[in-house]
Design a protein around this ligand. Structure first.
Ligand code: ADP
Length: 476
């Protein structure tokens, strides 16, 4: 019973048996009552005809054979009316037999007490050579003055009814068995043809573990199963690229973490061996350790931010005024800009408040990373940060007068651990995670980020975020 197709076959077989059995009971009942009604009509007709003829005969004295009861009890008269398949017996009202048709043989229909009724039907069992159940109509006969003068019993064998019914039952039973066999076989095969592909799908899915993510079902069917298989293939595509991204991230992260760790390790070993003898070496080693461990800390915190941003749903979101966030981050970066002799300024219409729904910490980091990069890569000139509205989006733009963006690298700027110019990579500190973090934060806020080289030199990084519709209340 573990197999779905057996369960379907058994279910339909039981269902069909129950339906046919109920139908058979209903047909049996209907057939029986029709046949019994017909028999009752026959009996009533015979009793009526018999009475009319007998009364007529005596009333008009055709036979001159004495009182009615005498006429009625004549055997040949009774045999005439019994007509072979019916039985007739005449009793006096108290129940004494006056006469009966010869087909009753030695059997006598038991007396019937009218008890105020004119007639009644009763099943009577006839013994003898051909034992049978007969349906008997007892009826009181009245004379012209409506005095009861005799009781007539007319009976008819129920053999035919019973035979008909049992034949009908046999036919119904045959139909039930045949239907059951057909249904069981048919539903087994129908279920098999529907379920086999599911089993194949299950087998194929079981074969595809994380090791064989490149396998695809590629079914050409156009039915529900075909759609399931192609949805499955699409899911595998996504899984495969997610796995690949994760693998790439792990290998990049290990690679990036290894470099500062190696430097720290080497310096620590030098300190161990010669640290107490050479104060200059101690100083430079400690500096290197401090610098590399700082880099390590920056990288780890960058990776944590990325993980947090990519978790998405866990981020609390509240309405934030973008101009205020930008002003805040710009103010914090002023010192660094000044140290490098750069001009850093925020631009937005006075009093404007552009509302975005998001996480203040993450959005601050997004703007901060862009400004950090601009300050890092720009040697002279200025960095400008602006906020504006465009097609229902809030756009933050960070423009600098730095080296611009190398076309070949432009596509990869936002990849994790990507660092552009190798000469910069050595001189400018960084982890290669800054822009990946920017992109992740923009994404979890439903936004996008893009980088562009400026014709006049330098680059522009712009972030678009969905703005709240009623957020653009510009002041004077
Ligand atoms: P990091 O700054 O740590 O190197 P990022 O992910 O922030 O890492 O940036 C990746 C690369 O993109 C940088 O190494 C640099 O080559 C390039 N880049 C980022 N911002 C700028 C910018 N404002 N001007 C020129 N190049 C930039």
């Amino acid at each position: 019973m573990n197999s779905l197709r057996t369960r379907i076959a058994v279910f339909y077989a039981v269902l069909i048996v129950v339906v046919i059995a109920l139908g058979a009971v209903a047909i049996d009942f209907a057939l029986r009552s029709v046949l019994i009604d017909q028999t009752k009509l026959n009996l009533a007709q015979t009793a009526e005809d018999f009475k009319n003829n007998a009364v007529e005969a005596t009333t008009f004295g055709f036979s001159g054979q004495g009182p009615l009861t005498t006429v009625l009890s004549k055997r040949d008269t009774l045999d005439h009316w019994a007509a072979g398949h019916q039985y007739i017996q005449i009793d006096t009202v108290p129940g004494q037999v006056l006469g009966k048709s010869s087909n009753l043989g030695g059997f006598t229909i038991p007396p019937w007490a009218p008890n105020g009724k004119d007639s009644a039907y009763e099943d009577v069992h006839v013994g003898g050579e051909r034992p049978a159940t007969i349906l008997v109509l007892h009826r009181v006969l009245f004379d012209a003055e409506q005095r009861p003068i005799a009781i007539i019993h007319v009976g008819e064998r129920l053999d035919i009814v019973n035979q008909l019914l049992s034949r009908a039952r046999t036919i119904l039973l045959g139909i039930t068995i045949a239907a059951m066999i057909v249904i069981v076989v048919a539903s087994y095969f129908i279920a098999k043809s529907a379920i086999d592909p599911i089993e194949r799908l299950t087998g194929a899915v079981a074969e595809i573990g994380s090791e064989r993510l490149d396998r695809r079902l590629r079914w050409k069917r156009h039915d529900e199963l075909g759609r399931l298989a192609s949805a499955f293939d699409a899911m595998l595509d996504r899984l495969q690229s997610a796995f690949a991204r994760e693998r790439q991230f792990i290998s990049d992260a290990s690679h990036e973490l290894r470099t500062p760790l190696t430097v720290i390790n080497a310096n620590a070993q030098m300190l161990q061996r010669w640290g107490d003898r050479d104060p200059e070496l101690t100083r430079t080693s400690l500096e290197a350790i401090a610098e590399e461990s700082g880099r390590l800390a920056g990288m780890v915190s960058g990776m944590l931010t990325l993980a947090k941003a990519e978790a998405g749903d866990a981020i609390p979101k509240e309405p934030l005024v973008l101009e205020r966030l930008v002003d805040d981050v710009v103010a914090h970066a002023q010192e660094r800009a000044a140290a490098k002799g750069l001009t850093l300024a925020a631009h937005h219409p006075k009093g404007a408040s552009t509302i975005v729904i998001g996480d203040a910490g993450l959005l601050r980091q997004l703007i901060g990373n862009l400004i950090d990069n601009a300050l890092k890569f720009t040697e002279a000139g200025r960095v400008d940060v602006s906020v504006r509205r465009e097609d229902g989006q809030a756009v933050v733009e960070v423009t600098d007068s730095g080296p611009g963006i190398d076309g070949a690298a432009a596509d990869r700027l936002f990849d994790r651990f990507f660092r552009g110019d190798p000469s910069h990579a050595r001189t400018v500190e960084g982890t290669g995670l800054g822009l990946a973090i920017v992109r992740s934060i923009a994404r979890v806020h439903g936004g996008t980020v893009a980088a562009q080289a400026r014709q006049e030199g330098g680059s522009t990084f712009s972030v678009s975020l969905p703005a709240e519709p009623d957020s653009f209340t510009e002041g004077s």
